[in-house]
Design a protein around this ligand. Structure first.
Ligand code: NAI
Ligand code: SOE
Length: 389
């Protein structure tokens, strides 16, 4: 079994999730496609890096991500930093011939995403963007039903991603509220997950008509680089300007004729990780809510008029990736499992020399959709989403 050395850059929330996935992947998927070795972790300072290495089980640590990218012993570069560093790190890693997984959104703009896509294409390395939610077994099951034709031709997709961690005006001005670092707000941070799910389940976006809104224009300045996701509150100290959106809503015309909508907010009190979709087809409907992520609700026209209504399928060993997870349906799929499946699929692609989706082309396509949404919100017009050049 091949050992592949990972260089992980960024030891915050996603540094934790990816480290867990590398440790746990072979325990779930055995024989593993390859064994991820937690070789080096890079953080913003030497102290943070050393602490992250101890905590997440890495052999070495550094505050210089370039030394990781250029280390001949490293096979895989994992980018788990704030968004402004994704492009620079990914392009350097591709030029050094490393396989790359990057957190989402792939980049701050479509222009940046294009450069990343071109760099990995030229280098011929395996590349993946970490839209992990599509690996939730219930979402993969929805994909299977759609591909089997179980709900017929798709008519409409209605998707949401609603959270409330930043609804409090005292939650700090972390990097997620700064355009120079994040690129955009709720759009890039969370709407992109639903856009990825919509592309996965329905197909390519043709055009969009969107609104974007900033509800809290100033937030307390934050010291330190990591985002506490609202759990640390600022007091009466100085505040700085928010220059990204808190909320986005868009209508969608898909290329295949389906219509739909995506909305996302980080100010929806009572909603936590409320990723939902409802899909109507000519032969049935599918409904999903991540806060009940073991479940897929289905209604098939063939059920007959006298029993028409939604029933709940609890995902388990009979469903996509279920065999590798837990032996009984509804034992509980967690966020960690989506990252473990993601790690499995990424390392399988490296071991087998194949492609994995979503890849940088998908990340670039999503960035083109994001740019079209921003343009539409500014002009009030429908905006066509360009294809990949
Ligand atoms: P975070 O703020 O918790 O952690 C980011 C870490 O990067 C911090 O510890 C920071 O010190 C470190 N960092 C900053 N500059 C660095 C540098 N030059 N070299 C090395 N490390 C550096 O952020 P979080 O939540 O982990 O987000 C990271 C990325 O993951 C973002 O792109 C975000 O959009 C994405 N994300 C994806 C999620 C998913 O479900 N797929 C969930 C959460 C975040
Ligand atoms: C904050 O909105 C956040 O951590 C996002 O950055 C992630 O992508 C999402 O999965 C969870 O919430």
């Amino acid at each position: 079994m091949q050992h592949l050395n990972v260089g992980l850059i960024g030891g915050g929330f996603m540094g934790k999730a990816h480290s867990l996935a590398y440790a746990a992947m072979p325990m779930f998927f055995w024989p593993a496609p390859a064994l991820p070795v937690r070789h080096t972790i890079a953080e913003a300072t030497d102290e943070l890096a050393a602490e992250a290495a101890r905590r997440f089980g890495f052999e070495r640590s550094t505050s210089d991500w370039r030394s990781v990218v250029n280390d001949p012993d490293i096979h895989v570069v994992d980018i788990a930093t704030p968004n402004h560093l994704h492009a620079e790190i990914a392009i350097a890693a591709a030029q050094a011939g490393k396989h790359i997984i990057s957190e989402k959104p792939l980049a701050r703009t479509a222009q940046e995403a294009k450069q990343m896509y071109e760099a990995v294409t030229a280098a011929g390395v395996v590349n993946m963007v970490a839209f992990n939610y599509r690996r939730t077994p219930a979402i993969a099951l929805a994909k299977k039903f759609i591909e089997e034709g179980a709900i017929g031709r798709i008519l409409s997709f209605r998707g949401t991603y609603l959270q409330d961690w930043s609804a409090n005006p005292d939650s700090p001005l972390s990097w997620r509220f700064q355009k120079s670092i994040a690129g955009s707000g709720a759009l890039g941070d969370i709407a992109t997950h639903v856009i990825d799910i919509a592309r996965y389940l329905v197909g390519e976006f043709g055009s969009v008509n969107a609104m974007m809104q900033t509800w809290i224009p100033e937030r307390p300045l934050q010291t330190g680089g990591a985002d506490s996701l609202g759990t640390a509150r600022g007091g009466q100290g100085p505040r700085g300007a928010v220059d990204v959106d808190d909320q986005v809503m868009t209508m969608i015309r898909f290329e295949n004729g389906a219509i739909g909508s995506v909305e996302a907010t980080r100010n929806g009190y009572g909603r936590n990780n409320y990723i939902t979709f409802e899909i109507h087809g000519t032969e049935g409907s599918l409904v999903f809510n991540y806060e009940r992520r073991d479940e897929l609700q289905v209604c098939f026209a063939s059920d007959g008029d006298d029993r028409r209504g939604f029933r709940t399928i609890y995902t388990g060993p009979a469903h996509p990736n279920g065999g590798a997870l837990w032996p009984i349906p509804a034992l509980g799929i967690g966020y960690g499992e989506t990252k473990i499946i993601e790690a499995h699929d990424f390392f399988s692609a490296i071991a087998n020399g194949t492609e994995v989706r979503p890849n940088f082309a998908d990340g670039y396509k999503t960035a083109l959709i994001d740019d079209a949404i921003v343009q539409s919100a500014e002009t009030g017009e429908w905006v066509e989403v360009p294809g990949i050049e």
